[in-house]
Design a binder for this molecule. Structure first.
Ligand SMILES: [Zn+2]
Length: 213
């Protein structure tokens, strides 16, 4: 559809179509600037119907009974008795890779905050059924710069080889070192036990620093 190609956002497209529909219904300019949710839904229905009529004309003629009261093709499945919304039980069928579908995929990406192909697919399938959607979504994610940045490999710290003293067998304390030291506050405490602990700690550090003692 040529109109959908001119927009980079589904919301802007829907708003424009909603205004056109308003004008068609009333044939005059209107003062109310706010476009309601119902009008946005109607605009989406019109766009979907146009897409379906372009790509599924044969199926629509063959399956007149399969379309809903708005003459829109929906998928029937085995979950029609599930406690889910009508759109989720009977998703709208859309042809793959039309400008409208691309805008819907883009919207799914924005609503899922670049959450990846699986999350986008889940978000889309709550309302739409797009054949080969997985392929279309993956290719969209692949081209997205933000997703590519998120996918980038983290820098890994280069590890030096271990020093010889740590990997060669030797008697205890032949080689010694301290990985981490201090600051140790050696205050004289009021309790005897506390003083003792600190004294032991100080001795232990001395042993590490001066193994010859
Ligand atoms: Zn992305």
């Amino acid at each position: 559809m040529l109109l959908a190609e001119r927009f980079s956002s589904i919301q802007r497209l829907l708003r424009t179509v909603a205004i056109i529909l308003r004008w068609l219904q009333r044939r005059r300019h209107f003062r109310q600037a706010v476009i309601g949710a119902r009008e946005m839904d109607d605009a989406l229905e019109v766009l979907i119907r146009l897409d379906q009529q372009t790509h599924f004309m044969v199926e629509i003629k063959q399956l007149e009974a399969g379309s809903d009261k708005n003459h829109i093709l929906r998928v029937g499945g085995r979950i029609e008795n599930a406690e889910l919304g009508h759109d989720q039980r009977f998703p709208l069928i859309l042809p793959k890779s039309t400008p409208l579908v691309k805008l819907l995929i883009k919207q799914a990406q924005e609503t899922t905050l670049h959450g990846g192909a699986q999350l986008m697919l889940h978000s889309l399938r709550r309302k739409f059924w797009i054949p080969h959607a997985s392929q279309a979504v993956k290719s969209f994610v692949h081209k997205c710069v933000v997703c590519r940045l998120h996918r980038g490999l983290m820098f890994k710290q280069q590890m030096a080889p271990l020093p010889g003293q740590r990997v060669k067998p030797a008697r205890p304390f032949v080689s010694s070192g301290v990985d981490y030291c201090g600051p140790f506050t050696l205050r004289i405490g009021t309790k005897r036990s506390r003083t003792l602990v600190k004294t032991y700690l100080a001795i232990f550090i001395c042993m590490l620093l001066k193994p010859s003692i």
